[in-house]
Design a protein around this ligand. Structure first.
Ligand code: ZN
Ligand code: ZN
Length: 744
């Protein structure tokens, strides 16, 4: 006989881990116990014959419950005791490793099977969940993850559910905090947009019928409301665009299966895995040319966002639709956070939706859908939120002090960090809006309270105009914490370095605009980063061009185009190439004479090419002109052009000269060449620094062709891109935290 004590930490609570251990122990004929220690550790003791213990370990390592994640496992020999059974012991309260806030997970196949089985007591029950699946973070008031700390506390268990909850033999429901049934669980309602309830036996089926008839519905999910509409009907999609005041920004589509999605988009193996994962992100897939989805769903783009159902309610709704697919875009008013309660829908979405399909379980924490794409074969987050947040990211260094990072400004995400753990908030949104800034503060404080932390350092961007920087000053006073400011693109580079645990690297940062150390707008930088950011030097950048007027240039690509052209062309000539009124151009010319602000932004460069090629002249959502330029390059070929590198500048103006001199003909190939060559030029510049590793970050690094240009010309030096957090501003908080870290 032998005995072992096993300590497991990670995501091992609230995911059916103990009943799993119980089952495999019984199966392998070993005795002992399993016990939650408190925090995020589980203790296991096993006693048995050597071959049985071997069997136990092989089951432990091959079959853990799908949502569980073992981060650390410690196995030591222990004394053999005279025990002849295996037990689940009551939880302890020793906290070595704090318990992790569990993320929201999609409905599992077993729960789905029950919903679809007419003989099951949970037949057609939209809130079915078990230990392996269902909402977590979105309904959590505080940890530990016990029913009374979640929105499920409003729904006391009925006798049948209680019996399942208490039965250790019940694989999926023993100690599963979120379980319920049609008797004791939440209920669904259908109402008009004013909240008048429509009496109906099957509100979900009726809602599906309304979608097919062309109505626009608000649908309550787990982290907020979606807006659903028929994606095949141009009139409906245009109506939705008008009502939402969202002329161009793409809508996501939710489908019942990958087979449904394959009718409209190309799906690779990796993309299929992402679509089916427990996290269920929106994946941006290449549209099929003959797709029957209305072209107004994602105008002028070559990718469309698809995701699969992730609750029983979604499944039942989609299953009632003929084509098994619906628009499911976030239920917010332009620029505001998504609604999480019916009151918000009735007021803020008044005039946008016709009907509301909702339920009486509260959404405690707003959690938007995550968005991922694959570029040059690599996973890229555009938004890391539902399913991923607030799972912590462990870094290879550690934090001496409890650190809060407030991120940047647009599409913002904040972070709280301690030891080697960085907890990024879910997607917060544009914190230049006061409401959204308050949400950032709310979630940062939620994490601080949850993990019983008091911040000692607050990290912000160097941009004094960011609202988040102001929030940082406020927090620094409130907690008497040190305030540290990190340059925007350095933070981008550090974010990538944090993913790989690097101390030194050469960073290629391609981005919109960030506040540079010289007061100019940086955004196309090659930075030599040493000692996790303590030392850095900006070695190369895209050529400085005037940035007269500041932010308005991002809305109007033609202004930026004029500014690029002004570096080598006189203003009379410029008017032949830009779509600006005479007055506008005159004012711009006049102001540019006195201009002192310059930019090396990659985003603004791509915007200007987009305007010159007549692809996009007005930006209605962030990144639009550049995203459309990328879409345009789909079938392009590589033409003969190369960016000169003069001193420490990559001469972007050469691209405009080349296009104008050669005449604008094969636009897809021009678009392709410019993006590919830009990547190549940046990597050529980086290689001059003899780097061991090159990290790439910034919003533009998701660009397929720029990335291709880098990877194909890196002369064997590894090009490291980000796959755990967005390379855009949604990942910047990780870099801000990394700046504070030290060696373990
Ligand atoms: Zn389940
Ligand atoms: Zn029940």
């Amino acid at each position: 006989m032998k005995a072992y004590r096993i300590l497991v930490s990670g995501i091992v609570q609230g995911v059916g881990f103990r009943p799993f251990i119980y089952r495999i122990a019984v199966k392998s004929n070993v005795y002992g116990y399993v016990k939650n220690l408190g925090g995020s550790e589980v203790e296991i003791k096993i006693i048995g014959r050597e071959e049985n213990i071997g069997k136990f370990f092989s089951l432990l390592f091959s079959k853990i419950p799908p949502p569980a994640k073992i981060e650390k496992i410690l196995i030591e020999e222990d004394n053999v005791q005279d025990i002849h059974e295996f037990k689940i012991l009551p939880s302890g309260n020793v906290v070595n490793e704090p318990s992790q806030i569990p993320p929201d997970l999609s409905i599992c196949d077993d729960c789905l099977r029950e919903i679809l089985d007419p003989k099951d007591r949970r037949y057609k029950y939209p809130f079915n969940s078990c230990a392996y699946c269902g909402p977590r973070y979105s309904m959590l008031y505080k940890i530990p993850y016990d029913r009374e700390n979640t929105a499920m506390r409003d729904f006391p268990l009925c006798d049948k559910c209680k019996a399942e909850y208490e039965d250790p033999e019940n694989e999926r429901r023993f100690d599963a905090q979120g379980i319920s049934c049609p008797i004791c669980g939440p209920k669904v309602f259908l109402s008009t947009s004013d909240g008048e309830i429509i009496q109906d036996k099957d509100p979900i089926a009726t809602a599906a019928k309304l979608i097919e008839e062309g109505y626009i519905l608000a649908i309550k999910g787990i982290g907020g409301f979606h807006i659903a509409a028929n994606p095949f009907d141009d009139d409906v999609v245009i109506k939705l665009r008008e009502r939402k005041n969202r002329p161009q920004q793409p809508f996501a589509l939710m489908a019942l299966s990958v087979d449904v999605i394959k009718k409209y988009a190309e799906v690779s193996q990796l993309e299929e895995e992402l679509l089916k994962s427990l996290e269920r992100p929106i994946v941006l897939l290449r549209k099929k040319e003959d797709s029957e989805i209305s072209k107004y769903v994602s105008p002028y783009l070559d990718r469309e966002g698809f995701f699969l159902y992730y609750t029983g309610l979604h499944y039942l709704l989609l299953d009632n639709l003929k084509e098994k697919i619906s628009i499911m875009t976030s239920g917010n008013k332009h620029g505001l956070p998504m609604c999480t309660d019916e009151e918000c829908v009735k007021t803020k979405l008044k005039g946008v939706v016709d009907y509301i399909l909702y339920h009486n379980r509260k959404i405690v924490n707003r959690v938007d859908d995550s968005v991922i794409r694959i570029s040059s074969g690599r996973i890229m987050f555009l938004r890391r939120s539902r399913g991923y947040a607030p799972t912590w990211i462990r870094i290879k260094r550690k934090l001496r002090k409890v650190t809060v990072a407030v991120g940047a400004e647009l599409q913002n995400v904040g972070a709280v960090a301690f030891d080697d753990k960085v907890i990024l908030t879910q997607y917060i949104g544009d914190t230049d809006e006061l409401n959204t800034l308050e949400e950032l503060e709310k979630y940062i404080k939620f994490f601080l309270n949850t993990y019983h932390l008091t911040p000692e350092v607050i990290v912000a961007d160097k941009n004094p105009a960011y609202q988040s920087t102001r929030l940082a000053s406020k927090l620094s006073e409130e907690y008497s914490a040190e305030l540290v400011q990190v340059q925007h693109h350095l933070a981008h580079g550090l974010s990538a370095m944090a993913e790989y645990g690097l101390n030194d690297a050469v960073g290629i940062i391609i981005d919109g605009i960030g506040y540079g150390d010289d007061g100019n707008g940086w955004g196309g930088e090659v930075i030599n980063i040493k000692d996790h950011g303590e030392k850095y030097s900006r070695e190369y950048h895209l050529k400085y061009v005037p940035y007269t007027g500041g932010d308005i240039n991002s809305l109007k690509p033609d202004r930026m185009l004029a500014l690029f052209l002004s570096t080598f062309m006189n203003w009379n000539e410029i008017q032949n190439y830009v779509k600006l009124s005479d007055t506008e151009l005159k004012v711009l010319e006049y102001q540019t004479r006195k201009n002192r602000l310059f930019t090396s932004s990659t985003g603004r460069f791509l915007d200007s090419i987009s305007a010159l090629l007549d692809i996009c002249h007005y930006r209605t959502y962030e990144g639009e002109p550049a995203i459309k330029l990328e879409a345009f390059a789909r079938n392009g070929k590589l033409l003969d052009f190369e960016f000169p590198i003069i001193n420490n500048e990559i001469d972007t103006t050469a691209a405009f000269k080349w296009i104008i001199e050669n005449g604008i003909q094969d636009k897809p190939s021009i678009a392709y060449t410019i993006q590919y060559e830009l990547g190549k030029a940046l990597v050529r510049a980086a290689l001059k620094l003899n780097p061991e590793k090159i990290v790439v970050s910034g919003g533009a690094s998701v660009n397929e062709y720029i990335l291709k240009g880098m990877i194909e010309n890196s002369e064997g030096v590894e090009i490291l891109t980000q796959s755990k957090v967005p390379p855009g501003d949604g990942g910047i908080a990780l870099g801000q935290v990394y700046y504070i870290s030290e060696e373990k």
